[in-house]
Design a protein around this ligand. Structure first.
Ligand code: DSN
Length: 418
């Protein structure tokens, strides 16, 4: 436990919590689709001296001295991000995905302007206009939905009709609980027809895009993308904004983020982003990204064979949304707790048109980014899915389920590969 030797000396309570979390991660199977395991190199950058430094501004234009190394770090992060996503501009300072989306709205809109985004209950994100967010006090969000929950097809005709009526300034694609690819060309067509900026929130699938296992929305004409860096992209917790070709948009984003919204950038986090982007530029990351998708498909096969309803009928990306209440009579909350007891972590989730409540919905959401990092393949993924269904069907996790989970986890150490 060398990594924590100083914490051990001076703060036993935090030391115990850190060691406990390390053990939980090592011995459990992490299926929350927005989580991953960073490399040791990314962790080292997060723990570096750059956490001490204030660097308000941007490379070459800072408000504080001593920026010789911070500038180097931020320029490298920006260059690598641009290469990963074929972008002309990247701002790597957003502290998280929500911050990136908030900056994007303030850069592109005036108060009262309208955004057309995906409904949360159909897969969208809180920051895409859910009424509980303060964003809805400032901007006018109108939401689109799926036409067919069983296939995941978006109602593009209705979207076009709505867009013509409400004249949004932003047509927003992207999601946090949608298992299919979107028809990007249709989004861009609709945005162009009404003079809106086409924005895609790629937070969940950034790693799949970077690794070539999902389409790049920039190839279809999207103007701007926001993302987190810690999900499929496997970097540190954080956010980022990218543009395809507009210098003007880029300048507006820079100014809005700082000094408009944030203070000093977290330079240790930016160094860690740079390290993870270099990892994602390697050929091995392509193998990783396609394995994430193959593993999710293998799990969906088992759910399908077990007659468990999946929203959109399965998956084309890294995540699955299963209607466990409708199919197995166990609520999302019960399922989350039962699986937790067996050492499998995932999250309860509302499904489209859910008759239940957010704290105890009908669904569970799970995915493969973290377990694929550990080296699990399709056969392991099928076995994990079978174990999940066994636990959910019996409604009491048999002790051997937890033993098997621990055995699978220990056979695939988190940092064996990098
Ligand atoms: N919390 C993230 C997720 O789990 O998808 C989104 O913000």
């Amino acid at each position: 436990m060398d990594f924590y030797s100083h914490i051990y000396e001076q703060d036993t309570e935090i030391y115990e919590a850190l060691v406990g979390e390390d053990k939980r991660e090592a011995d459990g199977l992490e299926l929350i689709p927005s989580e991953n395991y960073v490399s040791r190199a990314v962790k080292e950058a997060m723990a570096s001296s750059l956490t001490n430094k204030y660097s308000e501004g941007y490379p070459g234009k800072r408000y504080y001295g001593g920026q010789e190394f911070t500038d180097k770090v931020e320029v490298l992060a920006i260059d690598r991000a641009k290469r990963l996503f074929n972008a002309v501009y990247a701002n790597v300072q957003p502290l998280g995905g929500a911050n990136a989306n908030i900056a994007m709205y303030f850069a592109l809109l005036e108060p009262g302007d309208t955004i057309l985004g995906m409904d949360l209950s159909h897969g969208g994100h809180l920051t895409h206009g859910h009424p509980v967010t303060y964003l809805t006090k400032i901007f006018n969000f109108v939401r689109y939905k799926m036409k067919d929950i069983e296939t995941g097809e978006i109602d593009y005709d209705q979207m076009r009709k709505t867009a013509k009526e409400i004249k949004p300034k932003i047509v927003l694609a992207g999601y946090s609980a949608y298992p299919r690819e979107l028809d990007y060309a249709k989004f861009v067509d609709i945005a162009r027809e009404v003079g809106a900026v086409a924005v895609m929130d790629i937070a969940h699938i950034a790693g799949l895009i970077a690794g070539g296992a999902a389409k790049n929305p920039f190839d279809y004409g999207f103007d701007l993308m926001t993302t987190t860096t810690h999900k499929t992209l496997r970097g540190p917790r954080g956010g980022m904004i990218l543009t395809r070709d507009s210098e003007d948009l880029a300048k507006r984003i820079d100014k809005t983020l700082f000094p408009g919204l944030q203070g000093g950038p977290h330079m240790h986090q930016i160094a860690a982003k740079a390290v993870s982007f270099k990892e994602a530029l390697q050929p091995s990351f392509k193998t990783y990204a396609s394995q994430v998708v193959a593993n999710a498909a293998a799990m969906a096969d088992v759910y399908k064979a077990g007659n468990v309803r999946m929203i959109t009928g399965g998956t084309s990306n890294h995540l699955i949304l299963a209607d466990v209440y409708g199919s197995l009579g166990v609520t999302g909350d019960e399922a989350e707790k039962l699986l937790d007891e067996a050492g499998i972590t995932l999250n309860k989730n509302m499904i489209a048109n859910d008759p239940r409540r957010p704290m105890d919905p009908s669904g569970i959401r799970f995915g493969t980014p973290a377990m694929t990092t550990r080296g699990l393949t399709e056969a392991d993924s099928r076995r994990v899915a079978e174990l999940m269904l066994e636990v959910l069907t019996k409604k009491t996790p048999p002790p051997r389920a937890k033993e098997e989970v621990i055995a699978i986890a220990r056979a695939h150490p988190i940092h064996e590969r990098f």
